[in-house]
Design a protein around this ligand. Sequence first.
Ligand SMILES: Nc1nc2c(ncn2[C@@H]2O[C@H](COP(=O)(O)OP(=O)(O)OP(=O)(O)O)[C@@H](O)[C@H]2O)c(=O)[nH]1
Ligand SMILES: [Mg+2]
Length: 394
Amino acid sequence: MKFVDEAKVRVTAGKGGNGCLSFRREKYIERGGPDGGDGGDGGSVFLKGDGSLNTLIDFRFQPKYRAEHGTQGSSRQCTGAKGDDLFLSVPVGTMIIDEETDEVLGDITKEGEEILVARGGFHGLGNTRFKTSTNRAPRQTSKGQMGEERILRLELKVLADVGLLGLPNAGKSTFIRAVSSAKPKVADYPFTTLIPNLGVVKVEAHRSFAVADIPGLIEGASDGAGLGIQFLKHLTRTHILLHIVDVSPADDSDPLGAFNVIEEELYRFSPTLFERERWLILNKIDLLSESELTDLLKRVDEELDWNGPVFAVSGVSRHGTDSLCQSIMRFLETRAIQLEEDPDFVELQRQTEIEIEREGTDRVTQLRARKRAQQDNDSDERGDDHDVEVVYAE
Ligand SMILES: Nc1nc2c(ncn2[C@@H]2O[C@H](COP(=O)(O)OP(=O)(O)OP(=O)(O)O)[C@@H](O)[C@H]2O)c(=O)[nH]1
Ligand SMILES: [Mg+2]
């Protein structure tokens, strides 16, 4: 499955400056000829590949862009200044589509690659240009042309940096709603989320990451219970998993028990994915008193086989979610630097992904074979999401 991050922007190139109507007027020179200069061209709009960006989210906050107009020509044959071109930085991999015609204008495939998306208006001509042997004092000029305007749809296939993991009702979708502009359905019944969703989290300008919300897992998922475990394959290329635990489940079950159930299912899907950076997120802390939370944290410390980071948040009140996102961003940025500097680390990541893919595929294949045997030639593969191709981030 490919997640697609999408943004619509209106780009308007600058108008060309008008030509100038003017005649030379100097002392002692009678009937000086025409001396109106041309206008300057309008600035164009370009999109430019920037390898440090990984989402299109900044465009959702600012959807309109305009390049500068050219200035008018002036007397003494002065040409107007050209409007500055506008370069908009987009992530490498961005596809540019004209929203009105659906025409693909291009793909930004490399760092620094530039694609013209709106051409600046041509400049107007000053009256000097219209002088002929029969018309020595032309009063004619031309106007600068309008710049092109387009509505662009930008699409970027993104890999989620962060994957959410947890029982149904743990609050995964609520968390995505709290930290991003994605609006997956939230409800107090299990399996509200049936297909993975993508949320893009903007920490500040040009710092963002993508989170995948996948359907909840239940005990026995790796044996096909609930929606199964095949959705875990969407976490193969994430860099952190957030294991979200409801601290106050409606059925009064023990949150630590819920934690162990998911850890077990994850391990059974892929021992290699189990080794991935994973943070424990205690969610719904708005439902606990301070002392209850302290007791729970103490139990986490004493009773769980867990050495990773622990965060206490509430997706509903958004308590703790900002600082969690800041920590995620810092982790991802540190990792990106390591990827740039250390080729061994890059290779290790690649191997890890191959291994997870292999383990996950084996597991899912085994499960299907078993199901098929049980159901006696029943080839119904509900729960599979092979035909789900594209999910748009809202
Ligand atoms: N009080 C409280 N309720 C929450 C919080 N987060 C989620 N909920 C509630 O928990 C229920 C389940 O939330 P969802 O976000 O749909 O849970 P999910 O993990 O996405 O569930 P599935 O999609 O079924 O796997 C909803 O009724 C939410 O309103 C929270 O921080 N505090
Ligand atoms: Mg959900």
